[in-house]
Design a protein around this ligand. Sequence first.
Ligand code: ADP
Ligand code: 5GP
Length: 210
Amino acid sequence: MPDTTPTITARSGVLLVVCAPSGTGKTTLIQRLRDEFPNFAYSISCTTRAPRGHETDGKDYHFLSVEEFLRRREAGFFAEWANVHGNYYGTPLAPVLETLKAGQDVLFDIDVQGAAQLHLSLPRGQYVFLLPPSLSELERRLRGRGTDDEASIARRLSNAASEIRQAHWFDAWIVNDNLDKAYDELRAVYLASTLHPAHRPGLANTILEG
Ligand code: ADP
Ligand code: 5GP
């Protein structure tokens, strides 16, 4: 009988992409995931927006001028890029491929347009879309966060509706109503994805060979 045991010897990392309309609670949930799973690599994006008070270049983002961003974009530097709320954002391709190849799981915090692009080139991954329980609750959270002016809140709410309409292709939808429940669901999606045979090289052989 032919030996059909897969001969995968290196573990490829899990790619976990989390998207949500602004104000849903994505930053809060991603932070929890990174606290619980500190070995996650985090894909550091490039952006043309100005750093916020607490942000560090090279840790939160690589902060670039528009000219430099466009130069890198033309050079094929990005796995995906998008213009979000008036600024450019992009994921550098090479570090992502290297990290996945080295077997480390990578977490992405990118917008819906970028996730759709990434899905075309890296379809094997978990693409998670977080939903607010309602648009009125989303508005309440955006106001409660206190970081956006009225025009920005109106723009984010209008973007939220179109993002939700575009989210049918994601692998998982998680409603962030109760934070603990949403977190349990997010970590369950992540843990389930680590069970795929591609992420468990050598397991079959170990069992077969005792
Ligand atoms: P995002 O990164 O999606 O823009 P944040 O993580 O900044 O959103 O959350 C927006 C606001 O909503 C914050 O003030 C946060 O504390 C709050 N928030 C997050 N999740 C919940 C939840 N399940 N219930 C109530 N408020 C929440
Ligand atoms: P912020 O400026 O608040 O950090 O992020 C604004 C939005 O840009 C968020 O929805 C975030 O997910 C998205 N974003 C951050 N980095 C990237 C990226 O590399 N690519 C894309 N497409 N979106 C990004």
